[in-house]
Design a binder for this molecule. Structure first.
Ligand SMILES: Nc1ncnc2c1ncn2[C@@H]1O[C@H](COP(=O)(O)OP(=O)(O)OP(=O)(O)O)[C@@H](O)[C@H]1O
Ligand SMILES: [Mg+2]
Length: 320
């Protein structure tokens, strides 16, 4: 687990990070959000000792990070930076295989791992392995950066806006891939993003920063239900907050058994979110949806009234 206790970082007079305390248990996904310049990247770089903190303590598995050898520490921690940071004179394959080579893996193992990751990240080996970073689009370069960070199977991943330059489809694919990897391999992830929907979707723990300080932290749902102030509220999307909360709630948790009426025309898979259900209702001018399982068989229904009622119940219980 990663723990920061009263950590500050000064650059000259200015406090880039100001007295932050944060615990990230093993296997959890922590997202840092906040306005530009609020200290998110600095926070990541202090964790892998690319920069030293000025005050406070940072521990990894209970041991202060100063006690780790910085080089060994960094090999244990996958790091994806904001602007990819690929070596320009190295091919894609060589870039991805960097850490496994440093760790002296057998050449055939490195190659197999590189090809596996290129496949996962949608970079066909034949087309991309021998290209150089300047021959890639921004999104392709970002994917190479993510592959490189994952290559040696680190238990900690620090990701600084890793999906910033990707189109929505690739972005969503990689978000799902990351969530899947994390659920399966229990990586501890600290993830910086400007995309609140991405943060809400992926994070177990959401941290909102402003001017080097943590304004609020907690589960995404807790922050959506009780934003500490107007800044957090606006970060969470202001009036869109209701929809963002609906995006975190599954249809299957709110559907009711099929009523005596004819099944609704529009069908929604049970694992979709209430936000997607609302969108479908608006699109189809319908206040009732049939809920279907993975074989497209109806298993229940969802009405607009039900969604609104659930929101009221949640609001009521949140106040208690
Ligand atoms: N090496 C440095 N020397 C001096 N000041 C720095 C240095 N690195 C960062 N800063 C300053 O520290 C503050 C925090 O920077 P940081 O890069 O952590 O912000 P950020 O939250 O990642 O912003 P962005 O969302 O724009 O990436 C900024 O005011 C920045 O100008
Ligand atoms: Mg940054």
């Amino acid at each position: 687990m990663i723990e920061l206790s009263h950590v500050s970082k000064r650059f000259g007079e200015a406090n880039a990070v100001d007295d932050i305390s944060l615990q990230i248990p093993k296997g959890k996904f922590c997202a840092l959000v906040g306005t530009s310049g609020c200290g998110k990247s600095t926070t990541l770089r202090m964790i892998n000792r690319l920069i030293d903190h000025s005050e406070g303590t940072i521990t990894l598995d209970g041991q202060p990070i100063e006690e780790y050898d910085p080089v060994k520490l960094r090999r244990r921690i996958g790091y994806v930076i904001q602007h990819t940071g690929l070596f320009p004179h190295w091919s894609v394959a060589r870039n991805i295989g960097l850490v496994p080579r440093l760790l002296k893996w057998a050449t055939s193992d490195v190659q197999a791992r590189v090809e596996e990751l290129m496949h996962v990240l949608g970079l066909p080996v034949g087309e991309f392995a021998h290209k150089y970073p300047h021959q890639l689009s921004g999104g392709q370069a970002q994917r190479v950066g993510v592959a490189r960070a994952l290559a040696a199977d680190p238990d900690i991943l620090l990701m600084d806006e890793p999906f910033g330059a990707l189109d929505p489809i690739t972005r969503e694919k990689l978000q799902e891939e990351l969530a899947r990897l994390q659920a399966k391999l229990h990586k501890t992830v600290v993830f910086v993003t400007h995309d609140m929907d991405e943060a809400l979707k992926l994070a177990d723990h959401l941290v909102v920063m402003r001017d080097g300080k943590i304004v609020q932290q907690g589960s995404p749902l807790a922050l959506l239900q009780h934003p500490a102030d107007t800044f957090v509220e606006s970060m969470l999307g202001g009036l869109e907050r209701g929809l963002k909360q609906a995006a975190l709630t599954r249809v299957k948790d709110h559907m009711t058994p099929m009523g005596p009426m004819l099944p609704a025309q529009s069908r929604i898979p049970a694992h979709y979110s209430l936000r997607q259900a609302l969108s479908m209702m608006l699109r189809d001018h319908s206040d009732r949806l049939a809920v279907v399982d993975q074989h497209d068989m109806p298993i229940g229904e969802l009405s607009l009234r039900r969604i609104i009622k659930e929101a009221q119940v949640e609001k009521g219980s949140a106040r208690d």
